[in-house]
Design a protein around this ligand. Structure first.
Ligand SMILES: Cc1cc2nc3c(=O)[nH]c(=O)nc-3n(C[C@H](O)[C@H](O)[C@H](O)COP(=O)(O)OP(=O)(O)OC[C@H]3O[C@@H](n4cnc5c(N)ncnc54)[C@H](O)[C@@H]3O)c2cc1C
Ligand SMILES: *[C@@H]1O[C@H](CO)[C@@H](O)[C@H](O)[C@H]1NC(C)=O
Ligand SMILES: *[C@@H]1O[C@H](CO)[C@@H](O)[C@H](O)[C@H]1NC(C)=O
Ligand SMILES: *[C@@H]1O[C@H](CO)[C@@H](O)[C@H](O)[C@H]1NC(C)=O
Ligand SMILES: *[C@@H]1O[C@H](CO)[C@@H](O)[C@H](O)[C@H]1NC(C)=O
Ligand SMILES: *[C@@H]1O[C@H](CO)[C@@H](O)[C@H](O)[C@H]1NC(C)=O
Ligand SMILES: *[C@@H]1O[C@H](CO)[C@@H](O)[C@H](O)[C@H]1NC(C)=O
Ligand SMILES: *[C@@H]1O[C@H](CO)[C@@H](O)[C@H](O)[C@H]1NC(C)=O
Ligand SMILES: *[C@@H]1O[C@H](CO)[C@@H](O)[C@H](O)[C@H]1NC(C)=O
Length: 568
């Protein structure tokens, strides 16, 4: 009798020790998960805007969606459960894996939330944050669903979907703490970049934002840092943020700027998307519009040697655009034996003739097409590259870590890497001999200019941005129907092999961009946040003491498992 008793006691104390060690949020099946009555009462507090969520393939089977809708980023952003890239809806790492692909007969919930609040008011957001906090739910926030790390979706979660916050408000005199900060625009969290660019253009203004139509600048973009083709001219997106309206974990709506909650203001500009609260709107500086030239050059090369040579010549000319603060994207895509380069250079106030002259710095002797757009107000945007994919098929991509090539020496002595154009040419030609059939993309953004000049702005932007010449991204792509083993190999390819090669060029600890990085980055605190992590961590504890807002490789995520469900 006594023996049984003591072992029972032992068992009880063992269990509570265990609970103290690892605590989990409530998921369906947990004793404290809200019942149907509680969900229904919550639904009433958000005016009936609580929607059940299904993966986009299931949603599209029910509708049904046309092929054009299925592959439209704009349409997809209206579907509560949809991510722009459907790989992020798949539960590859769940046991067993849970997938839902287009037209498949079986469909699992995967990494898609259970319910979504299709928020329309600040009160909806506050009610959802308080309900999630009180019931220990996994909470995720989404504006466009474009996230390259899939941070706006999670299994067994409640989603706050911000797509309906579409207000765009202009002012000529934005006041912070009594000081006139000049002309500015306030963007709702759900405003697409294309609407921001269009509206600012109509007002004779320009604001720093992404060239991709369907991203939401006031969602994840500014929180990450926000690079743009006009960053060499006007700085990073985050450099131009003046104020943020945000609902924090307590449910309070805060005005955040240089005077009011300045510590959170510091963190929200560069400290990583999704870790701080639910942003309602962001106010950013606007600038007078200007004429610009965009030069687009496409080269198709049939041998690896030719491709490597072009990359080498390009590297030798990498500083040619600095004097005009030109922004350049440089894409390389391999398919089979052939390599396509695309150079897209943006030059403000350049005439067509000047644009042509400068564009000669790009080796284009074998150019297939060279189009130039003269005198554009503002700048052009595109609904990103998916348009070129065969209709009806979608390919998934995982962005495997953007590595900022850091010169350590600032712009004054940047030669360290680019003197070694052989190295660059190897970087772009690398692995081309192996896996020749696999399609992967590398893209490079040229920065410096105002990005370096803004080094004195006090924000959580990784300081590597201020000294880097280029931001290099590697994307591994697979067909949705690929075998799981192949998909998993590709998902880990960056850590397993590609990173080693890049580090030979950049040196160790070059730093990387949290919004275009690898979710498997083991040393994410240093890689994505550099010297800022300890301060970010303290600010997180102050505004989100119970870790309601947890995203992969975000501040505080070291305390949680891959899904943000249980502490580790
Ligand atoms: C095709 C493509 C092109 C890109 N081009 C660029 C580029 O040119 N420059 C650049 O800097 N980045 C670029 N990115 C990366 C982009 O900045 C990030 O993916 C960014 O997080 C997208 O924000 P979103 O709100 O649109 O996406 P979402 O998927 O909706 O959200 C992304 C992250 O932000 C959080 N978030 C979203 N809304 C809110 C909110 N209202 N409040 C709080 N947190 C929120 C989410 O929780 C998630 O962590 C690109 C991404 C893609 C897919
Ligand atoms: C549902 O949960 C609430 C507590 O949140 C409880 O009071 C109520 O009795 C439960 N209802 C049912 C039908 O179980
Ligand atoms: C919330 O209420 C609305 C309106 O009554 C209803 O259409 C919707 O299905 C409810 N949501 C859930 C998850 O039950
Ligand atoms: C922010 O406030 C500090 C003082 O708190 C001031 O020195 C600084 O100039 C302000 N910055 C901006 C951009 O207003
Ligand atoms: C752009 O160029 C056109 C034609 O050269 C000129 O009329 C116009 O004033 C320019 N606009 C700006 C904003 O400089
Ligand atoms: C690719 O190159 C290899 C080796 O030169 C050659 O055998 C093969 O036929 C080429 N494939 C295509 C599709 O051109
Ligand atoms: C473009 O040129 C105009 C007129 O000279 C000038 O006022 C403006 O500052 C320039 N803009 C940029 C971004 O260089
Ligand atoms: C799925 O079905 C739709 C509608 O029948 C069709 O148009 C589409 O091509 C199919 N897509 C795939 C990937 O099978
Ligand atoms: C940074 O330096 C520039 C030029 O030296 C100055 O104009 C600007 O006000 C400074 N910004 C801050 C935030 O200190």
């Amino acid at each position: 009798m006594r023996a049984v008793f003591s072992s029972l006691l032992l068992l009880v104390s063992f269990l509570s020790a265990c609970q103290a060690h690892s605590k989990c949020r409530n998921v369906p099946g947990s004793a404290s998960f809200p019942n149907a009555t509680a969900w229904s009462a919550f639904n009433a507090t958000v005016s009936g805007r609580l929607a059940p969520v299904v993966p986009s393939a299931k949603y599209c089977a029910n509708l049904p969606c046309t092929d054009a809708q299925w592959s439209s980023g704009l349409f997809r952003s209206t579907i509560p459960g949809a991510m722009d890239q459907i790989n992020f809806e798949q539960g590859y790492d769940l046991n067993p894996p849970s997938l839902c692909l287009r037209n498949s007969t079986a469909c699992g919930q995967g990494d898609v939330p259970i319910y979504s609040v299709e928020a329309e008011t600040v009160q909806d957001v506050q009610a959802a944050v308080r309900f999630a906090g009180a019931n220990h739910l996994r909470l995720v926030v989404k504006s466009s669903g474009h996230d390259h790390l899939g941070r706006s979706t999670a299994p067994n979660s409640l989603l706050i979907h911000m797509a309906k916050f579409k207000d765009v408000v202009f002012t000529d005199a934005f006041i912070v703490g009594g000081q006139n900060m000049g002309s500015a625009v306030t963007l709702g969290a759900g405003v697409h970049a294309k609407d921001m660019h269009y509206q600012t253009g109509v007002h004779g203004k320009v604001a720093v934002g992404p060239p991709v139509a369907t991203l939401c600048p006031a969602g994840g973009y500014f929180q990450g840092a926000g690079h743009s083709s006009i960053s060499p001219l006007l700085g990073l997106g985050a450099d131009n943020v003046l104020e943020i309206q945000i609902v924090i974990a307590s449910g309070a709506l805060l005005k955040v700027n240089n005077i009011s909650n300045p510590d959170l203001f510091w963190a929200l500009r560069g400290g990583g998307a999704g870790s701080w609260g639910v942003i309602i709107s962001v106010t950013v500086r606007t600038f007078p519009t200007f004429n610009a030239t965009i030069s687009t050059i496409t080269l198709d090369l049939s041998t690896n040697a030719a491709a490597a040579a072009v990359a080498g010549v390009h590297a030798q000319h990498i500083f040619d655009f600095d004097s005009v603060r030109g922004g350049q994207y440089f894409f390389l895509q391999k398919a089979g034996n052939s390599t396509t380069f695309l150079f897209q250079t943006f030059m403000a106030n350049a005439t067509l003739a000047q644009g042509k002259g400068t564009a000669h710095a790009v080796p284009h002797r074998r150019a297939r097409t060279a189009r130039r757009f003269p005198a554009l107000p503002g700048f052009r945007y595109h609904e990103h590259q998916r348009r070129s994919l065969p209709s009806g098929r979608r390919r998934s991509q995982q962005c495997s870590d953007g590595v900022a090539l850091d010169f350590n020496g600032g712009v004054s002595k940047p030669q360290r890497i680019y003197d070694s154009s052989k190295g660059i040419s190897r970087a772009f030609g690398w692995r081309s001999a192996r896996n020749p059939g696999k399609s992967r993309r590398r893209s490079l953004l040229q920065i410096t200019g105002q990005v370096s000049a803004n080094a004195n702005i006090s924000s959580a932007v990784h300081p590597a941005w201020r000294t880097a010449k280029t931001h290099l991204i590697v994307v591994n792509i697979w067909e949705d129907t690929a075998a799981l083993a192949d998909i998993n190999r590709l998902r880990h390819e960056f850590q397993n092999s590609q990173l080693t090669f890049l580090e030979q060029l950049s040196g160790p600890n070059a730093g990387s961009y949290s919004s275009e990085g690898d979710i498997f980055e083991p040393d994410f605190m240093t890689t994505f946040y550099g010297p800022n992590y300890a301060k970010l961590s303290a600010i997180k504890n102050k505004y989100d003491p119970f870790d309601l807002f947890i995203v992969a490789v975000g501040v505080g995520s070291e305390r949680w498992d891959e899904w943000g469900i249980c502490t580790v």
